[in-house]
Ligand binder design. Structure first.
Ligand code: NAD
Ligand code: DAU
Length: 342
């Protein structure tokens, strides 16, 4: 049995990854360590509470002692590190939490992994560390210089450098992934796609920043999780792997696709003040991961949007509770008698 520590497994991508790993591997057990910030929601993992190969522990990676005590007596062979502050707009408002979790927290995860002598850590990073592209620039490769533009991407770039340094200095067996924009089930409705889907369902305005011509590459969250798992199993320590969805779209194209899927009018689109320092375009060259690890994304964007819209339509209680903040009591309701225990 491989004992896998997943950090941030109560968030959007982490919860999808926990489900994928438990389904795909009978010989992997998962300990999900998460602080349950505003973005962490145990309802994302509903149904796994009694799973024989799964357990949840609550701890903050910034608090080394708390992390160590939550994992006392727990075997850990590998780590997949998702825990982070992840929203660019929040980092512009208040960068401190990003430095704490993404930089200091990542160092603590590395230190914990070194103390335990783990055989693999996957550090889940982002394509935003490369900065932005012009309309006709070639896509980001793993050799593109690191040039982050927002406090969020600067904090993620810092964490990448700490991971790199741990490999170089100590031979720590870490691998970095840099993925583009994810979408799909359980995404917190502050990010573009779930915000637009849920606003449209409520006939609320859809706030498009600037002129809506910024371009992102969109990947189905399940494809990202498969790629992370391929890197965990077959990636080479010390390397970074780009992951993308082969689906570049302008924000306006994305929003119009959502409105069409919901049969809602384009008059809901409202242009608002641009995000400061708004990166123009991200695009991924995925030659390395496709040729070396045999990973290619499977979901077409048009089908992924239909599925995402269907998921939010079928999970209205989930997103209404998230939008109202009502989910924040879930841990106490589900685990109240086990609070403070691992
Ligand atoms: P998310 O915001 O949905 O989830 C983050 C999770 O981390 C939450 O469960 C939160 O409670 C937990 N967390 C935050 N601070 C913590 C701390 N100090 N200690 C322990 N847990 C803490 O994020 P996401 O969108 O699922 O992103 C996951 C990872 O993937 C992040 O590292 C992000 O940078 C990276 N990433 C995200 C995308 C994307 O499009 N969302 C793309 C590429 C990379
Ligand atoms: O590229 C990977 C990154 O993608 C991840 O590392 C981040 O964690 C993730 O949040 C995401 O960052 P973005 O800033 O690209 O995602 P966001 O959903 O915030 O915005 C996507 C685009 O949509 C961006 O160009 C800004 C725009 N936007 C966003 C919001 C929330 C709007 O026009 N209106 C909005 O209300």
């Amino acid at each position: 049995m491989k004992n896998l520590l997943v950090t941030g497994g109560a968030g959007f991508i982490g919860s999808n990854y926990v489900r994928l790993v438990l389904d795909a591997h009978d010989d992997v057990s998962v300990v999900n360590l998460d602080a349950l910030t505003y973005a962490g929601n145990l309802e994302n993992l509903a149904g796994l509470e009694e799973h024989a190969r799964y357990r949840f522990v609550r701890a903050d990676i910034v608090d080394q002692a708390a992390m160590e005590s939550a994992l006392e007596g727990v075997d850990v062979d590998q780590i997949v590190h998702f825990a982070a502050e992840s929203h660019v707009d929040r980092s512009i408002e208040d960068p401190t939490a990003f430095i704490r979790t993404n930089v200091i927290g990542t160092q603590h995860v590395i230190d914990f992994g070194r103390r335990r002598g783990i055989d693999r850590m996957v550090h889940v990073s982002t394509d935003e560390v490369y900065g932005q592209l012009g309309p006709d620039d070639p896509a980001f490769t793993e050799e593109t210089p690191i040039q982050p533009n927002s406090p969020y991407s600067a904090s993620k770039a810092s964490s990448d450098l700490l991971v790199r340094a741990a490999f170089h200095t100590h031979g720590f067996p870490a691998v970095i992934t840099r993925c583009s924009n994810n979408y799909g089930p359980y995404q917190f409705p502050e990010k573009l796609i779930p915000l637009m889907v849920t606003n449209a369902m409520e006939d609320q305005p859809l706030p498009v920043y600037g002129d809506g011509r910024n371009v992102r590459d969109w990947i189905w969250v399940g494809d990202h999780c498969r790629a992370v798992d391929a890197v965990r199993e077959r990636g080479e320590p010390g390397r970074a792997y780009n992951i993308g969805g082969r689906s570049e779209r302008t924000n306006l194209e994305v929003v119009k696709a959502i409105l069409a899927a919901l049969d809602k009018p384009e008059s809901l689109i409202t242009y608002v003040k641009d995000r400061p320092g708004h990166d123009l375009r991200y695009a991924i060259d995925d030659t390395v991961i496709s040729s070396e690890l045999d990973f290619t994304p499977s979901m077409q964007f048009e089908e992924g949007i239909e599925r995402t819209v269907a998921w939010y339509r079928d999970h209205e209680t989930w997103w209404r509770s998230v939008k109202s903040g009502g989910y924040l009591g879930y841990y106490e309701r589900m685990y109240g008698d086990r609070l403070g225990q691992s």
